[in-house]
Design a protein around this ligand. Sequence first.
Ligand SMILES: [Zn+2]
Length: 139
Amino acid sequence: VTRLLVTTPERRRIMAAVPQAGTTPELLVRQVLSRLGLRYRLNVQGLPGRPDIANRRRLLAVFVHGCFWHRHEGCQLATTPKRNRQFWTKKFAANCVRDARNSAALRRRGYSVVVVWECETRKLLKLESRLRRLVQELG
Ligand SMILES: [Zn+2]
């Protein structure tokens, strides 16, 4: 949880939109993976970055990322608030550094790291074929 020094309506609106564990995009990804027959565990402790979804046997770690918070490149959901730009820029940069570090640490352990973006969960058929290919590749 981020402690904020200043509260503006814009910030309040954005903070209120912070997805909580088990909210829609993550649930949708879980449903797709279940349909594909992948077994998984959630919020796996002891793995770098505590992946949202992971299968240790198949060395798969899945992060379901909000496009805004994790800066999905070129995505229209990855807006930058006009107020307090510096605050946001720093926060976003820290998130991206953390994401990169966690992915690298997982890959060093032999994991395939998959990021599913929030906006991808709005096109479920496309997402399902992407994840199906992925599960097949894992064997
Ligand atoms: Zn996106």
